[in-house]
Design a protein around this ligand. Sequence first.
Ligand SMILES: *[C@@H]1O[C@H](CO)[C@@H](O)[C@H](O)[C@H]1NC(C)=O
Length: 428
Amino acid sequence: MTSFKSSLLFLTLLLGLCLAANSNAPTARSWRDISGRINRHSTGLVQDFRSAFQRVFSVQPEEDDLDKNIEQDFIVGETTDEYDDEDWKSSGSDETDLDDALDGTSPTTDTANPTPIPSTSPWKLVQMHKGTDFFKGWDFFTASDPTHGIVNYVDEKTARKNKLLEFNELGHAILRVETTPTVKSKRMSVRISTKNYFNGGIFILDATHIPFGCGVWPAFWTNGPRWPYTGEIDIVEAVNDYTHNQATLHTDYGCKLPSTSSGKLGMSGKVIGGVDCGAHSTNNQGCGIRAASNNTYGKGFNAIDGGMYAMKWDSTGIEVYFFKRGSIPKDIIAGELQPSKWGKPQARWPASSCNPSKYFVDHRIIFDTTLCGDWAGNVWGSSGVPGQERSCKARTGYARCEDFVRANGAAMKEAYWVIKSVRVWQKV
Ligand SMILES: *[C@@H]1O[C@H](CO)[C@@H](O)[C@H](O)[C@H]1NC(C)=O
């Protein structure tokens, strides 16, 4: 364990150096986000930092069916890391520790002399949040909701105290909104973003429950520090009683879908509006794609015990896949990702008309649940969307989203996430 100790010492020194060297990054103001300060490291330090941390993180073996071929799991600690283009593509000696850890001997196997399972995928697990350690490695956003919802985003301590953060009997993380019967103004909720940020990768959410109900607007998404110039990728998002997921990009000027045809795009979903993903050129709408099936979000998703959402962001473009529970591809279960075998994505934005490394930079992963606001509130009186065949206004008898949400805590009882894991894979 000496090397472990010296790693820690080395890290502490590096952390000090980095903090001292940090400059103020620009503060983002956006439709979705006011990101706050982003601490950047110089590239040289990043490499050291990353491999050093990975060494520290790789000491915890773990038992899980899904992980049986992943020899070591990476539990994320309290740090900021950076994955730049170089990291994304690099396969230098810095990465050896990660490879060794992943390809090494499984501590969970029965055999006396276990044989390492050969890696057949270039994608390596670089980050994981799961179980009772789920909330390690996230920042709690406590500013007012940039999307004008009637929520108070609270810090971790307040969230735990008020049972907004919990674990179910299976040890899966729960994030919920306050269900107090009536509130004067806002309900407490949680918005978390990873301390680490990414430039490309495969991001896999395994969830069994997504918040829904009139007034409810949850999202699982990624976002860069300067909105919309560094892009936003909404992986799981919809409002009210919608039953079909809507994956959306919001970008700087110039990123487009090459077509509105699902066939030409090679995806199962449908383009909702136009092909322009530019936030400023579409009044913040971006380019959304609605899933074809009613078990991809909300009530329908929850009824089938959910499943996995995988967002792939690499040099070919951005894709969002949904796999129902019971139809999770074997390669994902085995931990050796083979995305070419996943079939049609739910949504796809090819690189040909939207350069993925230009429009999307330094993304953190985010969960939030807001109430009313710019989307859920604005479509309160609308109908005709799958799941919301009748408007929330007609069904609740309330003319305004805000009045309903303030007076009906019991109606917020389905407004919670149950998350088995969030994992990030990169070609390293
Ligand atoms: C989904 O669609 C099927 C077939 O139309 C229907 O029977 C089912 O009730 C729908 N589920 C939800 C949650 O809307």
